[in-house]
Design a protein around this ligand. Structure first.
Ligand code: PEP
Length: 264
């Protein structure tokens, strides 16, 4: 294994999307915290939960305050305050000390028509407020089949990176999530995922030292395929949707990351 793999951490992140209720959210966070305890001692392994925004503060305060599991939000708006009914500003997120926020998840891009430019504004606002952006990018099946995958990924990355200095750029976590693999039960193969991650790392290398950048894979990650995916050289973790709603399945993914880390 190359030296660079030793230097990068692994992050296992659970995106609960618009699921759970207040009591179930607290219960699920508690189950994950209890079952993952022994793996949280691994200093190279980070775990983060992205619950619905309305439950995030209670989870952080009542369940995870003594546990090394981060909390993030699934979305934000880039304006600092004002007449934007229903939106959550980056400063609000920062004031509650949430460490992360997703930006540009494919469901936001597709259902809510978020453009590359809007996603870039959100990422820049998060960076300014010291909240780590998890920038989600990925191609649709049609874009892949018509040979436009690299063009799409390039446009999604360039919109965000082209105005950043290298030090700032290195703080962004990228989640490569092929749209055709999200919530479908059909994950990218480890080879497909590695090849996309290698391309992304090389491209981001134009803007910063991309060996320092964490690139997560997302799209139907389960406890069964996690080890193979996480063993790939350029895959530094997973953004997990469905499987993060079941504590045992999410734990299996955390265990896989721990196992990969101990094998290198
Ligand atoms: C996601 O929500 O980002 C995701 C990858 O979902 P799933 O794991 O269910 O495919």
């Amino acid at each position: 294994m190359s030296e660079s793999l030793h230097k990068r951490r692994k992050l296992i992140a659970g995106n609960w999307k618009m699921n759970t209720t207040s009591s179930r959210a607290l219960e699920l966070a508690g189950q994950i915290a209890d079952s993952a305890t022994q793996y949280l001692d691994n200093p190279l392994l980070d775990v983060a939960l992205f619950p619905p925004a309305v439950f995030a503060e209670r989870i952080a305060r009542e369940v995870l305050s003594q546990v090394r599991i981060g909390v993030g939000l699934q979305n934000c708006y880039n304006e600092p305050y004002g007449a934007f009914t229903g939106e959550i500003s980056v400063d609000m997120i920062a004031s509650l000390k949430f460490g992360y926020c997703l930006a540009g998840h494919s469901e936001r891009r597709t259902i809510f028509k978020e453009s590359n430019e809007l996603v870039a504004h959100k990422v820049h606002a998060l960076l300014k407020s010291d909240v780590i952006p998890v920038l989600c990018i990925g191609e649709t099946l049609d874009e892949r089949n018509s040979g436009r995958m690299f063009e799409v990924l390039t446009a999604q990355l360039d919109a965000v990176y082209q105005s950043l200095n290298s030090h700032t750029a290195e703080r962004i976590i990228i989640a490569y999530e092929p749209v055709w693999a999200i919530g479908t039960g059909v994950s990218a193969s480890k080879e497909e995922a590695q090849s996309a991650h290698e391309f992304i790392r090389a491209h981001v290398g134009r803007f910063c030292d991309s060996e320092k950048v964490l690139i997560l894979y997302g799209g139907s990650v389960t406890n069964e395929n996690a080890f193979d995916l996480l063993s790939q050289h350029d895959i530094d973790g997973a953004l997990v949707g469905g499987a993060s709603l079941v504590a045992e399945k999410f734990l299996g993914i955390i265990q896989s990351a721990d196992k990969v880390l101990s094998s290198i």
